[in-house]
Design a protein around this ligand. Sequence first.
Ligand code: FAD
Length: 345
Amino acid sequence: MNLAEYKGVYVFAQQVDNQISSIALELIGKGKDLAKDLGTTVTAVLVGSNVKGLADELGEYGADKVIVVDDPELKDYRTEPYTHAITSVINEFKPDIFLIGATAIGRDLGPRVCARIHTGLTADCTQLDIGDFPLVATPGKEQKHGQLLMTRPAFGGNTIATIACPEFRPQMATVRPGVMQKLDREAGRKAEVIEFNPGFTPDNKYVEILEIVKAVSDVADIMDAKILVSGGRGVGSAENFKLLDDLAEAIGGTVSCSRAVVDSGWKPKDLQVGQTGKTVRPHVYFAIGISGAIQHVAGMEESDIIIAINKDESAPIFDVADYGIVGDLNKIVPMLTEKIKEAKA
Ligand code: FAD
């Protein structure tokens, strides 16, 4: 493999039902940083059916080029045709770096593509940088510059690993939604649009989609919430979450939770914050009856203001909290709700 042939930062511009997913814009934002360090450009790869019109949005969020793979076979996400589309783009255009969102789609697509291309993939990254590998020069071992350094929690979140892929291209990573920042939209900014279609042959390897049943949820996505009222095992029961519902209603927030709460069956998984849940960065994050395990903190430490309520003054959540209240949540939360209601009246 001639590594010098591979150039540019590419991102998979995930769309569902012809709407660009937020992660695509976050990846363009991060891609711009990486491209600047490498002196190169960011290319978004847009795959779907009748999606060409979405290229403008990708340009306004910072993509320099958009490769559009538009084909009726690509209407809904299916592993085989999407893998064929992305591997064909990689073989044709030879990117140095290829980033994919660690969404349900990206987690299916990324490993397939990298196996077919015969390169490596670091899954679920929380940080990406350009640097030297190995980090420290060692006698007898060539130190390569301008490598993608991919950082992710390892061993159940007990350590942080930085991984590189110095021998193969592209350097591939999946990135957790909500971790990277998208750029401000620049109305009218244009990307160069390149249409590319490798050709698709519907054969029996393609799954036939008979029906798509959408999960109906009346709960807002916790990743979009400005105020999160998050409860842990200390809340005690599903019924007792009423205290948090009342606080959330009074303050205009959304309820979320720790994994202990999901494991206990008190709340659904899509409300879970943390390493195996969602990464959130609201303006205000209430951590109520949550101990502050590293896997939980990994998903909320970027919040602007963290307010912890816990009866144990040595709970690790107080290490990341901006404001801490030591005491019984059953007393404190209703008092807080009353005070907020009074202040609003
Ligand atoms: P606990 O740790 O049991 O804490 C309960 C807290 O409530 C205690 O601090 C206690 O003092 C306080 N409390 C009890 N009663 C009251 C009261 N009346 N008033 C005030 N305070 C009270 N966890 C996540 O949250 N998200 C993840 O994504 C996640 N991913 C994981 C991935 C892996 C690979 C592993 C190994 C673990 C993961 N975990 C995750 C689990 C994590 O390690 C913790 O077990 C979990 O976060 C604990 O949840 P908790 O804080 O609600 O419960």
